[in-house]
Ligand binder design. Structure first.
Ligand code: ZN
Length: 643
């Protein structure tokens, strides 16, 4: 189908327009990708599934969303590459799934009943589902339903949405939560294509990180509207994504558009209208965008992440809609994952830096190309300071390195800035040694030669040696590479962002702190970007007179800032100084927003002193139900009494 990019979308959405906007969002991917090579799936500490005898290649989902029961129920069929003719069992990952029935089949043959056994649940990984495989069988079909508390799904009440009228559902499968809504081999070392049929209440729209098939009036089934999707590119399980809600679509270019609640769609399309330029910029650097469309789904504020790089359909927090495009590096980041992460994927969560370090490097290159070197330098400087702070909060030493030990742990417990910013610094170091042109060619080759494959750190190191290090022997030593991977700090030979990125901000800050006039500060600050504001507030002394804070607040309305990142650093400064005038607004912020990056440091700061801890508990009691299960766990962990 041709895309209908000029058609205006009306947010009142009569049925016919709904059809057109759905049609606009469904275009075919130019070429389907070949099946991945039958390489051995690397050992992954984060899965209970077996991957030696059977490797999933295609998934067929048929699920019905029940908002009153808060469940998805239906069937998941897995088609395997059978690698051992004598194998008699396949083991899948599940978490809190209710398994109704399991069948097996051979090729196109009929389904036959088979036996299964569900192991007791483990807190980190869920329950292994053992399925007996008859001789020759290479398909299974599992009838199941999810639990209302599924960790990979968040069911929002109408009151938690912008429109307040309809409920909302979204999934978040990364790192290991796909198993909480689909029984499968939940490891990024296994890639599969999929087809999905999703049945929703009639008034709602389903979207997936996949191609939406044609939608017509015929596609309704009793009380449900039926949506069908096709994912022709082989992806790992953590990139399967679904959302259902009162959604409208607005195109931005012939391959980009916004999905959002009707009241958000225009503001989001304005904020993100550089997206097409970002794609063109990235394609020039690292090769073609290979996923067909690139749309952005703007979620309600409880989304626990900034963004999630679900292929073809980035899921994004509304907290980056600042009105001035100042936080759109988030889109640069999620888009960059279309190369690093989605196209070439970390084979296990131990190799997470291959996804995030590369992506953070690419993100800053896109920002530099579109918004200039100064902006990229400022973001890099903020990144380095976030890295230092992140390391301070990590209790497991290995988590401060690029290669954490995830044995027996949910990878989410090791989640931090380290793979992002330390990984990026590693790549910046390599770029500095070999020159930007050579490094860009090297990266492009890495993406081209590993497209639609998963890779381990060792595979990257071997490729690095052959394709970059060997071109200039001695430029980088083996000891340096090892230090990058294993150090708990920033190596002394790292190339850090220029220290004058914020020189003017620091000068203005120091003058004001020494007694300079508010007028002079206000004049200078009137030209500041969001990043300069973040640095200004974040670098203020942690001991200030309340009157000085109040003066700043009066002048710049920081407590009531509509910019979520500036408000965040201001609340941290307020907590450090016990500036209680900011607390009521901070409390509203912590209840409204569920993005972990913005709320977790506030809880942590509050938890550090008794009155703060009491306030944090009070806020959490009100906010908890609105948070995603992942955010609930993170915050509960911070607030739990220390033994
Ligand atoms: Zn990322």
């Amino acid at each position: 189908m041709k895309s209908l990019t000029t058609r205006r979308v009306c947010t009142t959405r009569p049925a016919l327009l709904l059809f057109f906007m759905l049609a606009a969002a469904c275009s075919r991917t130019p070429a389907e990708t070949p099946s991945p090579r039958p390489i051995a799936v690397p050992k992954d500490a984060s899965t209970l599934a077996t991957v030696d005898a059977f490797v999933a290649r295609h998934l067929v989902l048929d699920l019905t969303a029940d908002f009153s029961a808060r469940t998805l129920s239906g069937t998941a069929e897995l088609r395997f590459d059978r690698r051992d003719p004598n194998a008699t069992e396949v083991v899948l990952d599940t978490r809190d799934l209710k398994i109704e029935k399991v069948e097996a089949a051979t090729g196109a043959g009929a389904w036959m009943a088979t036996t299964h056994r569900l192991d007791a649940a483990t807190p980190a990984f869920g329950s292994a589902l053992h399925i007996a495989m008859p001789a020759g069988a290479d398909r299974v079909r599992v009838a199941y339903s999810t639990s209302p508390g599924a960790r990979g799904l968040q069911w929002l009440a109408p009151s938690q949405t912008a429109g307040k009228e309809h409920p909302f559902l979204f999934s978040q499968a990364q790192a290991i939560q796909a198993r909480s809504f689909i029984p499968l081999q939940d490891t990024p070392g296994v890639r599969m294509t999929y087809d999905a049929t999703i049945r929703t209440p009639k008034e709602l729209v389903a979207v997936m990180a996949a191609e939406m098939e044609d939608v017509g009036p015929a596609l309704s089934d009793g009380p449900h509207r039926v949506f069908t999707f096709k994912m022709p590119q082989a992806i790992p399980s953590y990139l399967i994504a679904l959302a259902i809600g009162d959604l409208a679509f607005k195109p931005m270019s012939n391959r980009t558009g916004i999905w959002a609640e009707p009241s958000m769609v225009d503001a989001a399309a304005r904020e993100f209208d550089d997206t097409e330029k970002m794609i063109v910029t990235t394609e020039k650097l690292y090769g073609p965008y290979r996923w067909g469309r690139y749309d952005i789904l703007v979620l309600p504020p409880s989304f626990p992440f900034g963004g999630m790089e679900n292929p073809r359909l980035t899921f994004a927090t509304p907290t980056v809609i600042a009105g001035d495009k100042s936080l759109v590096s988030l889109v640069a980041h999620e888009l960059a994952h279309s190369w690093s992460g989605n196209l070439v994927t970390n084979a296990t969560w131990h190799d997470f830096w291959l996804n995030e370090g590369f992506t953070t490097y690419l993100e800053r290159r896109i920002v530099e190309a579109l918004y200039g070197k100064h902006m990229a330098d400022m973001q890099a400087a903020i990144g380095v300071s976030d890295l230092a702070e992140s390391r301070k909060t990590l209790e497991v030493a290995g988590d401060r390195t690029l290669l954490p030990d995830l044995t027996g742990r949910d990878p989410d417990d090791a989640f931090s800035n380290v793979p992002y910013e330390q990984g990026r610094l590693f790549l910046v170091f390599l770029e500095s040694k070999f020159g930007r042109d050579a490094f860009d060619s090297f990266l492009r080759k890495w993406f081209d030669e590993h497209a639609f494959e998963s890779a381990t750190t060792d595979e990257f190191l071997a490729f690095l040696e052959t394709n970059l290090l060997d071109t200039r022997p001695g430029a980088v030593t083996d000891a340096q590479i090892q230090e990058w991977l294993h150090t708990e700090g920033i190596p002394g030979f790292a190339v850090l962002p220029t220290s004058d990125a914020f020189a003017k901000v620091e000068q203005a800050r120091d003058e004001w702190l020494k007694g300079g006039s508010m007028d002079a500060l206000a004049k200078t600050a009137s030209a500041w970007s969001t990043q300069e504001w973040i640095h200004f507030v974040d670098s203020m002394p942690r001991k200030m007179e309340a009157s000085r804070l109040a003066a700043l607040d009066r002048q710049f309305t920081l407590t009531e800032s509509m910019n979520s990142e500036i408000a965040h650093v201001w609340y941290r400064l307020a907590i450090a100084n016990r500036y209680a005038a900011a607390y009521p607004a901070m409390e509203r912020y912590m209840i409204r927003i569920g993005r972990r990056k913005l709320i977790v440091p506030l809880y942590r700061d509050l938890a550090a002193y008794p009155e703060g801890l009491a306030l944090a508990n009070k806020i959490f009691a009100k906010a908890r139900d609105g948070y995603h299960p992942l955010a609930q766990t993170t915050v509960a962990d911070i607030l739990k009494p220390k033994t």
